[in-house]
Design a protein around this ligand. Structure first.
Ligand SMILES: Nc1nc2c(ncn2[C@@H]2O[C@H](COP(=O)(O)OP(=O)(O)OP(=O)(O)O)[C@@H](O)[C@H]2O)c(=O)[nH]1
Ligand SMILES: [Mg+2]
Length: 403
């Protein structure tokens, strides 16, 4: 009998040890080191089985709905883990393409906008008889490309007037006029450089915002590559804690070019992670800190409340240098509604239009700038790592109508 009890006790202890190893092995990357005061072995008072054998919780399990939205402005004293490229086996670092001339290289990606907007307009304007009906078709073409009502009317009015006064009828002449008028709509005076320098001896801080799926993480990753290509050192902040995969996704982008990612636990406080990313950036003398944010949430706090908080908390280190709103060009008018909502909460300083490669609605560039009074600074023209281009109005218009 005694032998049987002894055997059972030994078996239970063995199972405990093995499962402990497995769990700690699996969780190793996610957990900060245990505080020194934690006793290494705590023998259970009684052997337990199944569910009850779990480590006792200090608090009852709560559902997401029961968790109160964060109220404090200061970052929570939350363990934020930093995972550098050295944490995993890293393949050789990639050398990103230079940014100069990217829009020209990627111009073929605008094919759909090119056909429907640029070529469509030129075909209409080349008709023998520019009658009322033709001008209406020009208007429809611009509206279909999401240029927006007011800008469309402006462009058609000006173009009509100039064609009439100048008597322009040659294809080259018409193309030149169209080019000028499109450029006037888009604007050539705005400063479209992404501001990544703080002007102090601290890193430039860039925050990337937008609804889910627009391409925030991808854009943050691509932007890190651009900066690294320019010889700048970058720290990434994974302030999207909606799912662990979001931080992994960002970290993967970073590892490819040797940028470190500051991240925290899934469901952790985004403001706290953003704060720590900037703190790390300052501590290690990085040139730029890029903060990726969530497009969805765990808690009941509104996305906008959370973003506002992330911004305020980061600003405890100093002002943000750039807040980029990422919009999916394929969503058209929906994107404009989103833009308005985000602009109310954070001061958007630049727009990134993604997925311009998959849409005929290149006119959204005009509409969104009008909506926010903020320039489009970058455009996404594909899923590839170097498919993010600085937005250059001339190159963009030339790609649309051919030069
Ligand atoms: N074709 C194309 N696809 C893009 C572009 N930019 C991003 N994508 C794709 O869009 C999808 C969503 O991109 P993410 O970067 O994960 O989007 P997100 O805004 O971070 O999404 P959440 O994290 O869920 O909020 C991915 O499949 C990207 O590859 C682009 O310029 N062109
Ligand atoms: Mg993301």
């Amino acid at each position: 009998m005694e032998f049987v009890i002894l055997a059972v006790v030994i078996a239970l202890v063995a199972v405990g040890v093995i499962s402990g190893l497995v769990v700690s092995g699996r969780k190793k990357k996610q957990l900060p080191p245990a505080p020194p005061s934690t006793p290494t072995i705590t023998p259970p008072a009684e052997p337990q089985v199944g569910e009850e054998a779990e480590t006792p919780r200090e608090e009852p399990r709560r559902t997401i709905e029961e968790v109160a939205p964060p109220t404090a402005e200061a970052p929570a004293a939350e363990a934020v883990e930093e995972v550098g490229p050295e944490a995993l086996a890293v393949p050789a670092l990639e050398v990103p393409e230079p940014t100069a001339g990217r829009l020209v290289r990627l111009r073929a990606r605008l094919a759909r906008s090119q056909n429907s907007l640029g070529k469509g307009l030129l075909t209409l304007l080349s008709r023998d008889n520019l009658d009322e009906e033709t001008w209406e078709e020009v208007e429809d073409t611009l509206l279909t490309a999401d240029v927006g009502v007011a800008p469309t009317q402006e462009l058609v009015e000006r173009l009509r007037e100039r064609v009439r006064v100048l008597g322009t009828r040659t294809p080259e002449g018409l193309r030149a006029l169209l080019r000028e008028e499109l450029l006037t709509l888009i604007g050539t005076d705005a400063d479209r450089a992404v501001k990544t320098e703080s002007g102090l001896d601290t890193p430039g801080v860039v925050m990337v915002v937008g609804v889910n799926g627009t391409g925030k993480t991808t854009t943050t990753g691509k932007l890190a590559r651009v900066l690294v290509a320019d010889g700048r050192s970058v720290v990434l902040g994974a302030a999207d804690t909606f799912r662990a995969a979001a931080a992994d996704q960002l970290q993967t982008w970073g590892e490819r070019v040797g940028a470190r990612t500051v991240r925290g636990p899934e469901g952790g406080d985004p403001a706290s992670i953003a704060f720590d990313a900037v703190k790390e950036g300052i501590a290690e003398g990085a040139d730029v800190v890029l903060i990726d944010t969530a497009g969805r949430l765990h808690t009941k706090t509104g996305l906008m409340d959370e973003l506002g908080k992330v911004k305020r908390v980061v600003e405890k280190h100093g002002p943000l240098d750039e807040i980029l709103l990422v919009l999916d060009a394929t969503t058209g008018q929906n994107g404009l509604v989103q833009a308005r909502v985000f602009a109310e909460v954070v001061d958007i300083t630049g727009i990134v239009l993604t997925k311009l490669d998959g849409t005929a609605k290149g006119g959204i560039v005009v509409a969104v700038q009008r909506e926010l009074g903020v320039p489009v600074k970058l455009v996404g023209l594909g899923e590839g790592p170097d498919d993010l281009a600085p937005f250059e109005p001339e190159a963009f218009v030339d790609a649309l109508i051919g030069d």
